[in-house]
Design a protein around this ligand. Structure first.
Ligand SMILES: C[C@@]1(CC(=O)O)C2=NC(=C\c3[nH]c(c(CCC(=O)O)c3CC(=O)O)Cc3[nH]c(c(CC(=O)O)c3CCC(=O)O)/C=C3\N/C(=C\2)[C@@H](CCC(=O)O)[C@]3(C)CC(=O)O)/[C@H]1CCC(=O)O
Ligand SMILES: NC(=O)c1ccc[n+]([C@@H]2O[C@H](COP(=O)([O-])OP(=O)(O)OC[C@H]3O[C@@H](n4cnc5c(N)ncnc54)[C@H](O)[C@@H]3O)[C@@H](O)[C@H]2O)c1
Length: 192
């Protein structure tokens, strides 16, 4: 449980401290690589000093609850793995494809369903979207620099996002990609 939360946090560049007498291999490895600090003992109340975000992921319900209460008193945001009710924030299911991030939440109604939808998004948004967004990032920079008229730029961006570029990338149709970009750049239509 803790390992799953840690994976998401490391992606965001969080500074992580784990307090637990035991740790799974992943946490052990991350500690050995210096990517987090593992304090191998039971929780003590002053562990919350200077902490901005807390995850209570022990298998000891009463302790999770006590820590959550302490956090509430101190105004620290807390996520309680076995109690949606005592959490002040939830984690969503997340997927990444380059610069694309998709998160799903059911607001605590069914985390399993959030996970199922996340898998569906992973199937739908393959590596072509990573490529597509790299392309869009380059094009957008160029268009902003070279196209002074904002209305015109909006029309071009709208055409680019409505285009079949991801499909063309997926199918490796390189010649059509150039052609499609040119078509989009020459578009003048803009729907308000
Ligand atoms: C999305 C995800 C993110 C993550 O954990 O990083 C996440 N839970 C995931 C999976 C999952 N969790 C559970 C199952 C078993 C099936 C099931 O219960 O449905 C599965 C399915 C699985 O493992 O595949 C059990 C469970 N979960 C919570 C409780 C306690 C409670 O409900 O009070 C219990 C014990 C219930 C019991 O006692 O039986 C509570 C929460 N879990 C949340 C998030 C928050 C609400 C998010 C939302 O509703 O969208 C919330 C409120 C707090 C939080 O943890 O942030 C991650 C999917 C990651 C992915 O695969 O992409
Ligand atoms: N939110 C979710 O998505 C979700 C999903 C599955 C399970 N859960 C819940 O999360 C909880 C943890 O599940 P798990 O599978 O990770 O359990 P686990 O047994 O693998 O891990 C619990 C950890 O808590 C540590 N611990 C126990 N007492 C402690 C103390 N006093 N101080 C510090 N650390 C202590 C243990 O050393 C262990 O490393 C369970 O209550 C489970 O119901 C939540």
């Amino acid at each position: 449980m803790a390992a799953r939360k840690i994976k998401a946090l490391l992606r965001c560049g969080a500074l992580i401290q784990v307090v637990s007498p035991s740790a799974v291999k992943y946490i052990n490895d991350m500690a050995a690589e210096g990517r987090l600090r593992w304090i191998p003992r039971k929780y003590k109340p002053n562990d919350l000093e200077g902490i901005t975000l807390v995850f209570c992921t022990t298998d000891y319900k009463k302790l999770n609850s006590t820590v959550a209460n302490e956090c509430m008193k101190l105004g620290i945001w807390v996520n309680v793995a076995d109690s949606a009710k005592e959490s002040t924030f939830f984690m969503p299911a997340m997927m990444y494809q380059g610069d694309l991030t998709i998160t799903v939440s059911t607001n605590g109604a069914s985390p399993g369903y959030a996970a199922k939808l996340r898998k569906q998004f992973e199937d739908e948004f393959g590596p072509e979207y990573k490529e597509y967004l790299l392309l869009m990032r380059r094009l957008r920079k160029r268009i902003i620099a070279e196209m002074p008229d904002q209305e015109r730029r909006r029309a071009v961006f709208a055409a680019l996002v409505e285009s079949d570029l991801p499909e063309l990338i997926k199918n490796g149709e390189a010649n059509k990609i150039e052609e499609r970009i040119k078509e989009c750049i020459s578009t003048r239509k803009f729907d308000h």
